[in-house]
Design a protein around this ligand. Structure first.
Ligand code: CA
Length: 226
């Protein structure tokens, strides 16, 4: 998804950006109500995360303005206040949901997923392909040669990471850091085990070996035509 984040606090901005990028969303930032409104008017985003306390205005007004102009992009309001009537106010101005700061990663993710499910998402957004492999990042489904193949969360994230870096050697360290977000001992067999699961699942429906091992360096994904 393409997500517009209208937020003036650099710390919160960075946090949201990290969370979203980790889930393969593209993030666009606006620091104030004016820029945020301008960007929202382009009507090119799949979601807007909107802070209420902006330096040049109130997030509620931003939301109201864009709704008045016919922009229907789902809006998740971020609020520092614990106001009880905030939910009512959000609904009144046409926002889809709200989240109170401070929030944790899983809560933000859950809210965004819920909004996305409710809105009519564009199906071609968030598709990545590699030869016979097709991944839908929104529904998190994976197909090999037209057959739906079930992947665990870790397998899915790992394969997305590898395909996005196709034709490049990806080291175990990079995978550990970017897919699992931890620095574990890469001498362990952990990642190799996941790679073997993926290979097995792919090979059940394809003749091709998409994930090649590069000795002492890591792995490389080749998709075929490029
Ligand atoms: Ca603020």
């Amino acid at each position: 998804m393409q997500v517009l984040v209208i937020e003036d606090d650099p710390t919160v901005q960075t946090l949201i950006k990290l969370i979203l990028q980790k889930q393969d969303h593209e993030v666009f930032l606006a620091q104030n109500a004016k820029n945020g409104t301008q960007l929202a008017m382009e009507n090119s985003h799949d979601m807007i995360i909107l802070d209420l306390g902006l330096p040049d205005g109130n997030g509620f007004d931003v939301c109201k303005n864009i709704r008045d102009k016919g922009i229907t992009t789902p809006v998740l309001v971020l609020s520092a206040e614990q106001e009880t009537d905030i939910k009512v106010k959000c609904l009144e101005i046409g926002a889809d949901d709200y989240l109170t700061k401070p929030f944790d990663t899983s809560e933000l993710t859950a809210r965004l997923d819920a909004i996305r499910r409710r809105s009519k998402g564009d199906k071609k957004e968030g598709m990545i392909e590699c030869g016979e492999l097709k991944m839908n990042l929104i529904s998190r489904t994976f197909m090999v040669n037209g057959t739906l193949v079930e992947l665990t969360n870790n397998e899915f994230n790992l394969l997305v990471y590898l395909i996005k870096r196709k034709n490049k050697i990806v080291s175990l360290e990079e995978i550990a850091e970017n897919v699992w977000d931890i620095h574990f001992d890469t001498q362990t067999n952990y990642i190799n085990v996941y790679i073997s699961y993926l290979r097995k699942k792919i090979r059940a429906h394809s003749e091709k070996n998409y994930i090649e091992t590069v000795r002492k360096k890591g792995f490389i994904v080749r998709c075929g035509n490029d």
